[in-house]
Design a binder for this molecule. Structure first.
Ligand code: ACO
Length: 446
């Protein structure tokens, strides 16, 4: 069954179209093939330039497609985000995180039997061994949880039985489910260790998100009933973050995996990339900024004053703007609904929710932002919601990582099935000295 799934979801091979692009440099002319997209921009295949006297230069890969992929489609102008063709709005309304994980990883929505067996398999793997708990105990309690999470996922490969060969389909299936299952348990451990609270074992009878909340917040000797709104909200936020095509961490996962590094090592590398404040840390920053606005208002100023100060100083307002979305981030619209639901249910710091709602209104009416196509992004809301659930700001990015695991796994698997995949090895335009003659240390002068 596992092998069938793997083959059934094989990605379409890039389709070369009859069109071509012409490139003329000095006296040389190249006919470059065009690879057709099903939607979005087509790609110009530049591999023909290999071994020529020039390379392409594209800092940040802003106009470079590193692969063809059939997992996620984004149209930033039209506010479109689709996983395997399904709009994010439909998935958030009708699906669950583990079903979406299945969709991303295997390429299709499962039947009821397939979904239930997948969920049972994942839930049945959530336990991590006692040796793993001892390993985790060696880290300082106050270390940043993202550093602990990446180290833990890299180490998981040594604790889980089976090969980690990229050619062993059964091992890939095992690793897929182990990472999904055990990262959830590890994330709850990280949350509790920070607070010096006893770590809780998983309860197989509960749902993935329900049990994650229990493992984070339950008192061991008391019966724990999760708030259904919190379970629903977290399930939806995990869906919203589950994939976002070729972002920084996903690219890192693909490049790491392209050397045939194991799925464990590749996902651990993705977590390292996500830990950077320019990538996964924006929700923490957005929450901090709303707290700053609260202090600002206590001094008799207004939200508009704060926004004006940001504009005057050419700063960036956290929670607004996006590299890809130049209209409303569709994930932000759904996350905002949940922020409202939490506010209406009086969960969390209501003051902060009110400030965020007002901040959004002020910004949306400000020409500075509209003329630059700057809209609220998902991070404006997620930090507020996680805080209202009871998570410390340092834990926010670990929840983002937990959510992104299906996407990373789906990309890693897709890359290994793609016959065009090669080990990632970009070129450079060298701008250093042409030649230096070595001078012995005694003869060197300033
Ligand atoms: N607040 C104020 N001005 C902004 C903001 C912002 N949040 N974002 C962009 N601008 C301004 C820029 O200063 C620039 O102004 P100029 O034309 O006068 O020079 C103009 O808008 C265009 O900005 P770019 O830098 O081209 O925007 P880019 O698409 O490169 O940046 C980014 C996107 C990095 C997300 C940026 O909007 C930002 O830093 N936002 C705040 C941080 C944030 O919320 N990040 C989370 C993103 S969502 C996610 O990662 C899940």
């Amino acid at each position: 069954m596992a092998t069938e799934n793997f083959i059934q979801s094989t990605s379409e091979i890039a389709r070369i179209s009859e069109d071509s692009a012409k490139l003329k440099i000095e006296s040389k002319e190249f006919d470059l093939p065009v690879v057709k997209a099903t939607c979005g921009p087509d790609g110009i295949l530049i591999s023909k330039l290999k071994n020529e006297a020039f390379v392409t230069l594209d800092p940040g890969f802003l106009t470079t497609a590193q692969c063809s992929s059939n997992i996620t489609y984004i149209d930033g102008e039209q506010s479109i985000l689709r996983y395997r063709g399904y709009p994010i709005q439909d998935l958030a309304e009708k699906s669950t995180f583990l079903e979406v994980a299945y969709l991303l990883i295997y390429g299709y929505l499962p039947t009821k039997e397939q979904r239930d067996s997948f969920i049972d398999d994942v839930n049945g793997r959530t336990l991590v061994g006692e040796d793993f708990r001892s390993f985790l105990g060696g880290f300082p309690r106050d270390a940043h949880p993202m550093a602990l999470l990446s180290s833990s996922v890299a180490a998981l490969g040594t604790f889980c039985s089976g090969t980690s060969s990229v050619h062993d389909l059964q091992a890939i299936e095992e690793a897929t489910k182990n990472i999904l299952a055990k990262t959830r348990t590890i994330t709850s451990f990280l949350h509790r260790r920070r607070r010096n609270e006893p770590l809780l074992y998983p309860d197989y009878s509960r749902g993935y998100v329900d049990d994650f909340i229990r493992m984070c917040f339950a008192i061991p000797y008391e019966r724990f009933e999760s708030n259904p709104l919190l379970v629903d909200a977290l399930d939806k936020l995990l869906i919203l973050h589950a994939d976002h095509e070729q972002n920084c961490s996903t690219t890192v996962v693909r490049i790491t995996g392209s050397s045939n590094a194991s799925l464990y090592s590749s996902v651990a590398a993705g977590i390292c990339a996500l830990s950077g404040p320019l990538h996964g840390g924006a929700n923490e920053k957005a929450l901090k900024q709303i707290c700053e606005i609260r202090e600002y208002i206590k001094e008799g100023k207004t939200i508009q004053d704060f926004v004006n100060m940001v504009k005057d100083n050419k700063q960036k307002l956290a929670g607004f703007g996006h590299r890809v979305y130049k209209s409303y981030d569709p994930r932000a619209a759904i996350a905002k609904e949940y922020a409202k639901k939490m506010y209406d249910a009086k969960i969390g710091d209501l003051d902060l929710f009110e400030l965020a709602f007002e901040l959004e209104e002020v910004v949306m009416e400000d020409d500075y932002f509209s003329s630059r196509h700057l809209y609220p992004n998902i991070d404006l809301w997620t930090g507020l919601i996680y805080k209202a659930m009871g998570f410390d700001p340092e834990m926010f990015t670990t929840i983002f990582a937990l959510a992104r695991i299906p996407g990373w796994i789906a990309h890693w698997r897709e890359m290994h099935r793609d016959p065009l995949t090669k080990i990632g090895r970009p070129r450079q335009v060298y701008t250093g000295p042409v030649y230096n003659k070595y001078i012995s240390v005694d003869e060197r002068k300033l």
